[in-house]
Write a protein that binds this ligand. Structure first.
Ligand SMILES: Cc1cc2nc3c(=O)[nH]c(=O)nc-3n(C[C@H](O)[C@H](O)[C@H](O)COP(=O)(O)OP(=O)(O)OC[C@H]3O[C@@H](n4cnc5c(N)ncnc54)[C@H](O)[C@@H]3O)c2cc1C
Ligand code: SF4
Length: 366
């Protein structure tokens, strides 16, 4: 229960042990982070993140194109873009991905997506349809230089988003997650057959990744995202173009980056926005469409500091796409039951921890 006392369905935790564990927890994996910290495994640059908010719509008209935008409809100092593509004849996925190194407390990815749909490009297709599912998730987008230097250890391997295998320019991570999982399976098979599951044996996994298209793709685009952290949109766009043409050779050297938590944010009051509940949605309506039916008295899985200033409360309020945080005057109000586990605010402050089994969003087609 919320008090921390065991509820009626309580079962004591069970230890599960295995000779080899593959951590495939996705973005900001809790065990992966703990393991890297414990083993003091670093990367050249800190990992940085974007938040993606996505909707699935049933439409009357079919969409016969794939739409991608870079930059638009974001403020010039934000990195990101939108996508819209057909899933089937009358099913459309659309969304917006924005780097969490944005500069204002009022920047709000969920709201940016809602405003984007007012543009005729989206409105004309969507307004006769129905939004049937909504979701959000962070994406590790630090690329090559943010990959941990070692992704294996005694009886352990880290794959997919947990290891940071995402190529942000094309927003691709699925095939890297699958391929790294296959490499981990091969390394595990050989290790078990040879009765040696030590780090020395499992380093074959890192070698397979390093010799594959995963490392090659990420290396080619190694400075792409980082250019946008250090320059304005147009200059960064120019550099990104240069990288594409030269296969990453120019501009050559590694661009240093800083973590999202280090970004100074300007306290800016939000522009009022009133969703209509048909084309545009409030965060609470959106959470309902994620299938989240978590009971209200769930123990809080969010570890939030007690000395939160109103400005920081404002930052959390807008960063969280699910309305978990709300600034109420000088206070921060937290509603953990709304959480859809995207881990966005986990990047800058309040920690997300694994929570009661069965709670959270129930995505069907995300
Ligand atoms: C909006 C958006 C659009 C994207 N579009 C594309 C695209 O078009 N193409 C592409 O290739 N990639 C895309 N990506 C990236 C892609 O989704 C990821 O790179 C990929 O899903 C990573 O796979 P994974 O298996 O590492 O992690 P995930 O797919 O996130 O899987 C990890 C799983 O582990 C579970 N988990 C985590 N912690 C625990 C725990 N403690 N206990 C139990 N279970 C746990 C999670 O619930 C999850 O089911 C997109 C991402 C976003 C957010
Ligand atoms: S509280 Fe939950 S939904 Fe909100 S940002 Fe954090 S993880 Fe995402």
């Amino acid at each position: 229960a919320r008090s921390g006392d065991p509820g009626s369905g309580y079962a004591p935790p069970t230890d599960i042990t295995a000779q080899i564990t593959v951590l495939a927890e996705g973005t900001r994996g809790t065990l992966s982070q703990a393991y890297l910290e414990w083993q003091k495994i670093s990367s050249d640059n800190p990992q940085i993140f974007a938040l993606g908010v996505k909707e699935i719509w049933e439409t009357l008209k079919p969409l016969d194109a794939v739409v991608h935008t870079l930059g638009w409809p974001l403020p010039r100092d934000c990195f990101g873009g939108s996508f819209m593509y057909p899933l089937s004849r009358n099913l459309v996925a659309l969304g917006l991905v924005v780097g969490l190194d944005y500069k204002r407390t009022s920047d709000d990815v969920h709201e940016m997506l809602q405003r984007m749909k007012l543009h005729p490009l989206f409105r004309d297709l969507l307004e006769s349809g129905e939004m049937i599912e909504w979701g959000a998730k962070t994406i590790p987008e630090g690329g090559y230089y943010a990959i941990p230097k070692r992704r294996h250890g005694d009886g352990l391997m880290i794959v997919g988003d947990s290891a940071g295998f995402v190529e942000v320019a094309s927003l691709k991570g699925i095939h890297y997650a699958m391929q790294s999982g296959m490499f981990a399976a091969r390394a595990a098979f050989d290790a078990l057959k040879g009765k040696d599951t030590s780090s020395a044996s499992l380093k074959a996994y890192d070698a397979m990744v390093d010799g594959s298209f995963i490392a090659k793709d990420l290396y080619r685009r190694r400075n792409m995202r980082l250019a946008f952290q250090e320059s304005n949109f147009y200059f960064a766009g120019f550099k990104a173009g240069l990288m594409t043409v030269t296969g990453g050779a120019l501009p050559g050297s590694k661009i240093k980056s800083h973590s999202d938590a280090e970004v100074p944010r300007e306290a800016v009051p939000p522009e009022p926005f009133v969703p209509d509940g048909k084309l545009t949605f409030s965060k609470l309506d959106a959470v309902f469409k994620s299938g989240n039916a978590t009971r209200d008295d769930i123990p809080s899985h969010l570890v939030v500091g007690s000395d939160i200033t109103p400005e920081v409360a404002e930052l959390y309020t807008h960063m969280c796409p699910a309305g978990v945080y709300e600034r109420d005057g000088e206070r921060l109000v937290v509603s953990p039951a709304n959480c859809i586990d995207c881990k966005a605010t986990d990047v800058i402050g309040p920690r997300w921890t694994p929570r009661e089994g069965g709670s959270g969003p129930k995505y069907r087609q995300m």
